[in-house]
Design a binder for this molecule. Structure first.
Ligand SMILES: Cc1cc2nc3c(=O)[nH]c(=O)nc-3n(C[C@H](O)[C@H](O)[C@H](O)COP(=O)(O)OP(=O)(O)OC[C@H]3O[C@@H](n4cnc5c(N)ncnc54)[C@H](O)[C@@H]3O)c2cc1C
Length: 215
């Protein structure tokens, strides 16, 4: 998977929101160390966490499975725009075969090609069944079955991508829940990759919410 930070707003905006409550604008250092300490003290320690909602991040997340997407989408306090399988299954239909089969070399899976479409787990039996489901789906499409029908044969491992926007308060909740050892391994990786993609000077707001580091 890859996670790219597309956009975020300045810490000074969050500090301004906090300073609005006490009208202490004159004490601001425009997003500097004083403002950063204020954000941590008020937003994190005093749990006046609604102030953290003024800080938001947009990410471009690529190469997660539909299984992982399903879990990510449970986080309601976020905005998602997801690649449509209805419109993009033609990639699978038109692209090269997933299996080599000629008499000289025999029959074997082309894992580099398969890896473009599904998340591989490293568990050979699981990945093979997943590749078989993908090959069946490709057959359906090549036989002319419309995308709207064929999508019901998608394996959960099928890769997708999305633009995801979330505010800092909700991101803390996401990172806490999904960096836990009890979360699915793929969303644990995603939580860690999202944390890594944050601007260096914003990470301190989230550090205490990371339970397990996977990278
Ligand atoms: C390890 C793990 C296992 C899980 N297993 C399952 C499972 O088996 N089945 C399953 O269905 N889900 C499961 N989930 C998903 C889980 O129940 C949550 O839906 C998901 O983690 C999103 O969390 P959230 O509601 O805090 O986030 P968000 O939806 O982003 O909500 C953020 C916060 O807003 C508040 N909030 C949002 N909506 C409401 C509301 N309607 N009422 C009151 N407060 C609200 C809450 O404080 C919430 O924490 C699992 C999650 C984890 C981490």
């Amino acid at each position: 998977m890859t996670v790219q930070l597309l956009q975020y707003n300045d810490l000074a905006v969050t500090a301004h929101a906090i300073r609005t409550c006490w009208q202490s604008f004159d004490k601001s250092d425009d997003g500097g160390e004083k403002d950063k300490e204020l954000i941590h003290r008020v937003g994190n320690k005093f749990k006046h966490a609604s102030t953290l909602e003024h800080l938001s991040y947009s990410f471009y997340i690529q190469g997660i499975s539909r299984a992982c997407l399903q879990e990510l989408a449970r986080h309601r306090i976020a905005s998602l725009s997801v690649k449509s399988t209805r419109y993009t299954l033609k990639e699978l239909k038109n692209n090269p075969p997933l299996m080599n089969s000629n008499q000289a070399e025999g029959t074997y899976w082309l894992w580099d090609e398969i890896d473009k479409y599904i998340v591989l787990t490293g568990e050979y039996a699981v990945d093979t069944y997943s590749a078989m489901a993908l090959a069946n789906l490709k057959d359906l499409l090549e036989d002319g079955v419309p995308n709207d029908q064929a999508k019901y044969a998608l394996p959960e491992s099928y890769k997708t991508e999305l633009t995801w926007t979330i505010n800092a308060r909700s991101l803390q909740n996401f990172l806490y829940l999904r960096s836990s050892k009890s979360a699915l391994w793929e969303i644990q990786h995603l939580a860690n990759a999202i944390f890594q993609a944050l601007p260096k000077d914003h990470k301190y707001i989230f550090e205490d919410f990371i339970q397990e580091k996977t990278q």
